[in-house]
Ligand binder design. Structure first.
Ligand SMILES: NC(=O)c1ccc[n+]([C@@H]2O[C@H](COP(=O)([O-])OP(=O)(O)OC[C@H]3O[C@@H](n4cnc5c(N)ncnc54)[C@H](OP(=O)(O)O)[C@@H]3O)[C@@H](O)[C@H]2O)c1
Length: 174
């Protein structure tokens, strides 16, 4: 996310950071990844990963792709595999971020115009590692500073998440 929490603008990433794209590729290679239909439309087919596309109304075209490529269509958020990496966008993060064990975030130290933003997660997550501090070299973003951050979900790590879920269910009942 950028300094002002933006993650997307007009269906695309607001920036083009080659080092970040390389990091994303490396991190997700040969894994299961999940994304909302709009993000999928923006990134297209990503090879060497099983891509779970969340959509309530799969198009013919998407169904066809799912037959030919490593793509699976899921219609419910509860169908996300437990070992999958959730890759956005905002609409998906809003629903599942709280239940993720870890958050790997590229923090870009610059503000960008956006129409989708990363939901506030800071109360639930703790920063455990800053993996790298980098500066993009070359291209239109030459000199832009960013870092790869690893956050852990405090409640899940401490085993409190089930309690929190239970509390919420109890509150809903009463
Ligand atoms: N910077 C980053 O790391 C990053 C990462 C990802 C995305 N992005 C950006 O984020 C933007 C897209 O994000 P977005 O929030 O607009 O859309 P999104 O989350 O990618 O996709 C939203 C769509 O996902 C489906 N969906 C969501 N929740 C669902 C549920 N519970 N059940 C069934 N289907 C569900 C719906 O598809 P249907 O309408 O087909 O039902 C919905 O319209 C783009 O600009 C993209 O570039 C940025």
């Amino acid at each position: 996310m950028s300094r002002n929490r933006s993650i997307g603008y007009k269906g695309e990433l607001p920036w083009r950071l080659l080092k970040d794209l390389m990091w994303f590729r490396q991190f997700t290679l040969n894994k299961k990844i999940v994304m909302g239909r709009k993000t999928f439309e923006s990134v297209g087919v990503l090879p060497n990963r099983t891509v779970y596309v969340l959509t309530s109304k799969p198009t013919k075209e998407l169904r066809k792709l799912a037959k030919e490529k490593q793509i699976k269509i899921i219609k419910k958020i509860t169908r996300i595999p437990k070992d999958a990496i959730v890759c956005g966008g905002e609409e998906v993060y809003v629903q599942v971020l709280e239940q993720c064990s870890d958050l790997f975030l590229t923090y870009i130290n610059k503000a960008y115009e956006g129409d989708v933003f990363l939901p506030y997660f800071e109360d639930d997550f703790v920063l455990v590692n800053v993996i790298k501090h980098v500066v993009e070299d070359g291209g239109e973003m030459d000199g832009v500073e960013f870092e790869f951050r690893h956050y852990a979900n405090k409640l899940i790590k401490m085993g409190f998440f089930e309690d929190k879920k239970m509390m919420r269910q109890l509150n809903e009942k009463h």
